[in-house]
Structures are given as structure tokens and as C-alpha cells.
Design a protein around this ligand. Structure first.
Ligand code: NDP
Ligand code: F7E
Length: 312
């Protein structure tokens, strides 16, 4: 990537977009164009067309999306499908019309079939039925991968797709119902400790297994692939290690310093039983994560606490 070229990070205020911006700044990039959603609604075709026509970015990181945890995905099914299709269709098509040199599309590990063999290899895409709770989101993300590949095949666009595993980090969403599990547990254990509660309830059975990657590691991988990867298809980004939700809860409990019990609300969905990424392709390209889960949870908890202080 040319250090002077204009870079558009869609979703620069989000957890991933802000981590990508930090990484690029560390690498010496300075020429960013950004818009928050209230200035540029990426679902709006005309607004996106006008923005690209006016700004003519050279590189695009597409990290804007309707995002949330298992219950948000299952509740706002229409929005997860409509918003995400609109955002990615508008951005990818406008990038093509305005000669964007390279674009990165961010998908998700939920694109793989619910019962796919583990660990998940890139070529398991479209080999079986999806997990019901996040099917609309997954369908949109699969369309994004196919759109990048179609624009590459027909127009020669250098658009690449990466599939991050479950993420956490700075600027995460701590909404009690709509967030992902890790920020939800940080908040719940913290509040239970503050209020001296005797137990904390976590959703589901605790038996599903998940893999977690710190968002700054993801950003480093995205930058690495933007520099070194120019192929169709997809690349998994993860650690290649997972743990059960019960084990995760124990880890968060310990980090927060909560001493009560953990109980399970089995009326809440478990979702996919397991989604461990096979990261051989990523490793073979020369990139590996650096932040292990216990350290990452400490960093995320510090970030959570610093925002509590500001909002008080
Ligand atoms: N978090 C996770 O665990 C995972 C995330 N991903 C993917 O990574 C990407 C980023 O996710 P993450 O950072 O966690 O999400 P966040 O919710 O933190 O950020 C999403 C960003 O998208 C922007 N956005 C949403 N809707 C619109 C819109 N209509 N117009 C313009 N901007 C919009 C928001 O902008 P604004 O702030 O201006 O409103 C926001 O900053 C997504 O593609 C997601 O699917 C993939 C795997 C796991
Ligand atoms: C990143 C990924 O995120 C979503 O999929 P998910 O992996 O199922 O994500 P999750 O983080 O919400 O849950 C992980 C597990 O954890 C359990 N769990 C326990 N207690 C809480 C809890 O308090 N909150 C949440 N959210 N989950 C909890 C929960 O029951 C589940 O078994 C996709 O919809 C899709 O958006 C996507 O791509």
C-alpha cells in the first residue's frame, strides 16, 4: 500500500474499524477519509455513490456493518439482512465505479455451516445448512464474499475477503442484550461484583465452544493481508484455539475478581456448538496472533473500566 494514498475505513468508529485505523497510523499512513453513519448512511445508494465520486479513495476497508451477538442477530433478523446487504452492495459497487485499487471485505466465521467439521476450513463454505440464529447475517456475509469474487472475475477488481472469528477489544459494545458474549460477561461480572450479588447468570448451557481474537490482532492481520494477499475466495483470521463458554465465564470472573457462583439460563440459545477456525492458510501466508486470551481480557476489562470512569 502506498503510504500517501487515500484510505477509506468504513466503520472507523467501531471496534474493528478503530483498531484498523490505529494500526495504519502506527505504520505511518495519514491520508484517511472517514464518515460516521449520521453523515453517510451506507445503506443509501445515492449517498454512497456521491461520497465515492467526491473522495475517490484508493484503498477501502469495509468494516461497517450491522453487528451484534446471538440474541441481536436472532431478534433483528430483517435489519441484519437488509442493512448488511445494502451497505456492502453500495460500497463494493461504488468502489468499482470509482477505480478503488484494493478493497477488503470483512465477513465472519458464522458463514460456515452449523455442523461443519472442525476446525473450519475455507472450502467448507456453502457445504451445508447455516446456524438458524444468525442465518440472515451469514447470508449477507456470504453475498459479500461472492460479490468481491464476481467483481474480481468480471472486472479485475482486487477485492479480498477475510473471515474473522469472534472478536473483542477496545471500543466493544457492552449492551446487556445486544452485545457478544465476552463484553456481556465483562459487564455482568463487574456489575455483580459492584453490587455484591451472590450469582451471575450466563446464557445457554455453557457447553458451546468459541474462539476469540483481540481486535488489535485482527487489525494487524488485515493490514498484513492488504499488503500480501491478492486472491479470490476467503481467508480465516483467528487463533486456532477455542474454549467452552463455561471456561470463558470462569476466566472473565477471575479477571474481574468476582467471587460468587455462575448459573446458566438454558432458555437462551446456545447457537452453533462449535466454530473453531482452521488458520493454516493465514499462518502459511506469514501471520500469527500475538495477544492470548487471558491478557486480552485484562486489556478489554481495563478499557471497560476507563469508560465507566468517563461516563460517571
Ligand atoms: N465483533 C465481532 O465479534 C465480529 C465482527 N466481524 C465483522 O467486523 C466488522 C466490524 O465489526 P465491529 O467493529 O465489531 O462492529 P461495531 O458495531 O463496533 O462497528 C460497526 C460500525 O459500522 C458502522 N455502521 C453500521 N451501520 C452503518 C450504516 N448504515 N452506515 C454507515 N456506517 C454504519 C457504525 O458506524 P457509526 O459508529 O458511525 O454509527 C460502526 O462504527 C463487521 O463487518 C463485522 O461483521 C466479524 C466477526 C466477528
Ligand atoms: C461473532 C458472531 O457472533 C454471533 O454468534 P455467537 O458466536 O453465537 O455469539 P455470541 O457472542 O452472542 O454468543 C456466544 C455464546 O455465548 C453464549 N452466551 C452466554 N452468555 C451470553 C451473554 O450474556 N451474551 C451473549 N451474547 N452470549 C452469551 C451464547 O449463548 C452463545 O452460546 C453471531 O450471531 C454473529 O454475529 C457472529 O458472527
Amino acid at each position: 500500500m502506498n503510504k500517501e494514498a487515500k484510505i477509506y475505513i468504513a466503520g472507523h468508529r467501531g471496534m474493528v474499524g478503530s483498531a484498523i485505523k490505529r494500526k495504519l497510523e502506527q505504520e505511518g499512513f495519514t491520508n484517511f477519509v472517514t464518515r460516521v453513519s449520521s453523515e453517510l448512511d451506507l445503506r443509501n445508494q445515492q449517498q454512497v455513490a456521491d461520497f465515492f465520486e467526491q473522495e475517490k479513495p484508493v484503498y477501502v476497508f469495509l468494516a461497517a456493518a450491522k453487528v451484534g451477538g446471538i440474541v441481536a442477530n436472532n431478534t433483528y433478523r430483517a435489519e441484519f439482512l437488509y442493512d448488511n446487504l445494502q451497505i456492502q452492495n453500495n460500497v463494493i459497487h461504488s468502489a468499482h465505479l470509482n477505480g478503488v485499487e484494493k478493497l477488503m471485505f470483512l465477513g465472519s466465521s458464522c458463514i460456515y455451516p452449523k455442523m461443519a467439521p472442525q476446525p473450519l476450513e475455507e472450502d467448507y463454505l456453502l457445504t451445508g445448512p447455516l446456524e438458524e440464529t444468525n442465518e440472515p447475517y451469514a447470508i449477507a456475509k456470504i453475498a459479500g464474499i461472492k460479490m468481491c469474487d464476481a467483481y474480481r472475475a468480471q472486472y479485475g477488481c482486487n477485492y479480498i475477503s477475510v473471515m474473522p472469528t469472534n472478536l473483542y477489544g477496545y471500543n466493544d459494545n457492552y449492551h446487556p442484550q445486544n452485545s457478544h458474549v465476552l463484553p456481556a460477561l465483562i459487564r455482568r461480572f463487574h456489575e455483580a461484583k459492584e453490587q455484591d450479588l451472590s450469582s451471575v447468570t450466563i446464557w445457554g448451557t455453557g457447553s458451546p465452544k468459541r474462539e476469540f481474537l483481540f481486535a488489535d490482532d485482527l487489525a494487524a492481520a488485515c493490514y498484513y493481508l492488504m499488503e500480501n494477499y491478492n486472491e479470490p475466495g476467503l481467508v480465516n483470521i483467528g487463533t486456532g484455539e477455542d474454549l467452552s463458554i463455561k471456561e470463558l465465564a470462569e476466566l472473565v470472573k477471575e479477571t474481574v475478581g468476582y467471587e460468587g457462583e455462575i448459573t446458566f439460563d438454558t432458555s437462551k440459545p446456545d447457537g452453533t456448538p462449535r466454530k473453531l477456525m482452521n488458520v493454516s492458510k493465514l499462518h502459511s501466508k506469514g501471520w500469527k496472533h500475538t495477544i492470548e486470551l487471558p491478557e486480552g481480557i485484562k486489556l478489554a476489562y481495563q478499557d471497560f473500566l476507563s469508560k465507566q470512569t468517563v461516563s460517571q
